[in-house]
Ligand binder design. Structure first.
Ligand SMILES: NC(=O)c1ccc[n+]([C@@H]2O[C@H](COP(=O)([O-])OP(=O)(O)OC[C@H]3O[C@@H](n4cnc5c(N)ncnc54)[C@H](O)[C@@H]3O)[C@@H](O)[C@H]2O)c1
Length: 377
């Protein structure tokens, strides 16, 4: 019999409940959610009801500090609003009892806070911290990663990622107005992170420079929350240059409800090209030598997925992988570590800064804490 790994969830809104359901589907792997923390009573009640339907009896706390003090869990999932991640992570990392952590993206909302979390976490070899950049687990994306890793495309030269989706939900807008400043990642920046992370994964190099153009053209223009008007970019092109000479481009549109696919990811190397379509789950690949008649198409699936949820099974696979890292007791690094979290935030901040300033922005520039501090004021 495997030992039960006990989980606590901090923040049980939309994503927190999504984690709860995913973890329930991992029950047979020896997983149990034993506690939650959320100051919002309706969120607590909703999560409790859900847990009761799974025959799980949750201990409910109104804050993360009480949850940590209770000593009830071994692993915590942080799924609170972005601007709370830094404080909560620091409290977890500095707590005497070690807790492994899966934190939703973004790691923090600015580079400086990400760095402080990394410095603090270096002192805790007894804890694993993984960042929830889970798109890499989606079956068509995972297949595309395999094709690239196998070398079927040769040396990768270009990565183009198109995300054409529906606008943000009103509850998201309500929680964000006012938090985006020049050096702080706004929600449009958050939306880009999974794809900027993927770009880096396919290219396998370090980002050096970002050129972006974007605007708020259609969404949320006539909305007002507590007297404040949202300033959320709803469409952007973001070009990222890497230190091996490759370039990637993200095409983000948040008024594209009329799309068949939300994501279309294309990777081109010196030998061939491959693309993944989500949610159609189709992957195509072909070579320059064989041309369009040689293009192969397959439907990507992963039989391990027991719950598709909101992200096509990727959250389930993310938890499966994280559980295996937790069980490996330090012998297996988290799949998406703190450095990945930091770099994705740095590219996102650079993209936002590039849009605001109308010029290209280097990663060195945003990694420099002085600039981050001075642009905050
Ligand atoms: N991985 C993804 O694809 C994805 C998708 C959506 C959201 N997210 C991320 O998940 C996180 C949560 O997003 P959401 O959409 O679930 O938000 P949400 O607003 O639905 O839920 C957030 C919950 O956190 C609670 N909360 C607020 N402050 C808290 C605190 N200090 N301690 C404990 N609980 C607190 C709120 O009461 C609420 O119940 C965000 O960081 C977001 O970026 C990730």
């Amino acid at each position: 019999m495997v030992a039960i790994v006990k989980y606590g969830i901090i923040g049980v809104g939309m994503m927190g409940r999504e984690h709860l359901i995913n973890l329930y589907h991992l029950k047979s792997e020896g997983v149990s959610v034993v506690c939650i923390a959320d100051p919002h009573v309706p969120s607590q009640k909703y999560a409790q009801k859900l847990a009761e339907s799974f025959n799980w009896n949750l201990q409910v706390f109104s804050g993360h500090k009480q949850l940590l003090e209770s000593g009830l869990c071994d692993v915590v999932v942080v799924s609170t609003p972005n601007m709370t991640h830094y404080e909560i992570l620091m409290d977890i990392i500095n707590h005497p009892k070690p807790h492994h952590v899966l934190v939703e993206k973004p790691l923090c909302t600015n580079v400086s806070d990400c760095k402080k979390v990394i410095t603090a976490a270096k002192k805790r070899s007894d804890m694993l911290v993984q960042v929830g950049l889970e798109y890499r687990y989606m079956p068509p994306v995972a297949k595309l990663i395999d094709i690239v890793k196998e070398g079927a495309l040769g040396k990768v030269k270009m990565v183009a990622i198109r995300e054409h989706r529906f606008p943000f939900l009103v509850k998201v807008i309500e929680s964000i107005t006012g938090i985006a400043s020049i050096a702080t990642l706004g929600y449009s920046g958050r939306e880009m992170l999974s794809f900027l992370d993927l770009m880096r994964l396919f290219i396998g190099a370090n980002p050096v420079r970002v050129m972006a153009s974007g605007a708020m053209d259609l969404n949320h223009k006539d909305e007002e929350y507590d007297g404040r008007v949202p300033d959320i970019i709803d469409n952007a092109y973001v070009i990222v240059e890497f230190d091996n000479g490759c370039r990637g481009m993200l095409d983000l549109c948040m008024f594209a409800e009329g799309s068949k696919n939300e994501q279309e990811i294309s990777v081109v190397g010196d030998i061939g090209k491959s693309e993944a379509l989500v949610p159609e789950s189709i992957v195509r690949w072909g070579t320059r030598a064989e041309g369009k008649n040689g293009v192969q198409t397959l439907l990507a699936e992963d039989k391990r997925i027991k719950y598709d949820g909101l992200h096509h099974g990727s959250s389930y696979l993310e938890h499966l992988q994280f559980l295996s890292a937790v069980r490996a007791r330090g012998e297996q690094a988290p799949a998406v570590g703190l450095h990945d979290g930091l770099v994705s935030v740095a590219i996102g901040v650079a993209a936002q800064l590039s849009i605001q300033k109308g010029r290209s922005v280097t990663i060195e520039e945003v990694m420099h804490e002085q600039l981050v501090q001075s642009t905050k004021s």
